[in-house]
Design a binder for this molecule. Structure first.
Ligand SMILES: C[S@@+](CC[C@H](N)C(=O)[O-])C[C@H]1O[C@@H](n2cnc3c(N)ncnc32)[C@H](O)[C@@H]1O
Length: 307
């Protein structure tokens, strides 16, 4: 409650300064009608080592500990601090994926199931539209969405949510504990690969990209949703202020954990800028590499094709 009041107050002061749609949106996607507090309160539970130099093993352990400790409050916090905006970003990610019945899909760092549920819902809606198409029924039977996450606590959050949604027995959803850098899937077995707010947490991004490339079939699509870099003057300054001053304070207020949120904002700044990350994806072998900024680059969706 206190958080909502604080963000609303902040939003009402700063909104007039940010009312230009060009300031808030870039490239193809627009989220018209969002308040400044929603825009500022971007998805916020991605917590990794930031400006502090953390050795590789320590980073791995740190990320593990952080997600274990936040797992139980993850959904609530994410919604609270993003003002629900992360849902729109994930919707966009899945619409770009273009899921289809029978597909084999891998969602990495997908512990909450947020992306997987959307994919399944899209596949089911295609089937519903086709009504009694026997072929589609058979294809649907073969749909597999693998949710892979290194942290069993985060996977448990996803499994509980599946239970709440009546999807616990759905054999399309397969929960797998595993590391993005060393996937336990065969070469060329997946039609699609997604990773949402996860790649920043892996120790070696190049290894995760190489693994994504390895498991995708030819024609398979790689999609990555990640907090990224804002370059628009004024908005960048406000965003920096929000990130470094407001978010850690929110973390303390809401989750009683200031330092994790400090890591969060620092890690966003350490993550490669959009162009650099696009070139890393291309270096992994992907073609037709593109990215789309949302909310002026607060987040970006990168994509690539394995041809
Ligand atoms: C911020 S959460 C994102 C969860 C979900 N994709 C979403 O958008 O709600 C980041 C997730 O990355 C997972 N993760 C971190 N390092 C990983 C790795 N090396 N391999 C697989 N998952 C990892 C964490 O356990 C955590 O569940």
């Amino acid at each position: 409650m206190a958080l909502r009041v604080a963000t609303t107050k902040l939003g009402s002061k700063l909104l007039p300064m940010l009312s230009s749609s060009s300031l808030l949106h870039s490239h193809a996607t627009s989220f018209g009608g969002l308040s400044f507090s929603q825009i500022c309160c971007f998805a916020v539970l991605e917590i990794v080592a930031g400006f502090k130099e953390v050795r590789e093993e320590e980073k791995r352990q740190l990320v593990g500990n952080v997600f274990s400790s936040v797992a139980s409050s993850y959904d609530l916090m994410n919604d609270l601090m993003s003002g629900g905006l992360h849902r729109l970003w994930k919707d966009r990610l899945v619409s770009m994926l273009n899921p289809f019945p029978g597909m084999k899909h891998l969602d990495v760092a997908g512990g909450t199931g947020d992306v997987a549920f959307r994919i399944l819902e899209t596949v089911n809606s295609i089937k519903r539209r086709a009504l009694q198409d026997v072929l589609l029924d058979e294809l649907q039977e073969e749909t597999r969405i693998y949710i892979c996450d290194i942290n069993p606590n985060m996977l448990n959050v996803g499994k509980e949510r599946a239970l709440e949604r009546g999807l616990a027995g759905d054999k399309s959803l397969v929960w797998v504990e595993g590391d993005a850098e060393a996937l336990c899937f065969e070469d060329r077995t997946m039609d699609g690969y997604t990773i949402a707010f996860g790649i920043r947490n892996v120790t070696h991004i190049e290894k995760a990209l190489a693994e994504a490339y390895r498991v995708l079939k030819r024609g398979g699509r790689f999609l990555c949703l990640e907090l990224s870099h804002v370059e628009i003057p004024v908005f960048k300054e406000l965003y920096d202020y929000y990130s470094f001053s407001v978010i850690p304070a929110m973390g303390e207020l809401v989750a009683g954990d200031r330092s994790s949120y400090q890591y969060l904002v620092e890690s966003i700044r350490r993550f490669p800028p959009q162009e650099k990350f696009a070139s890393m994806i291309a270096d992994a072998g992907f073609q037709k590499v593109e990215y789309e900024n949302l909310v002026g680059g607060v987040v970006a969706i990168h994509s690539g094709l394995k041809i």
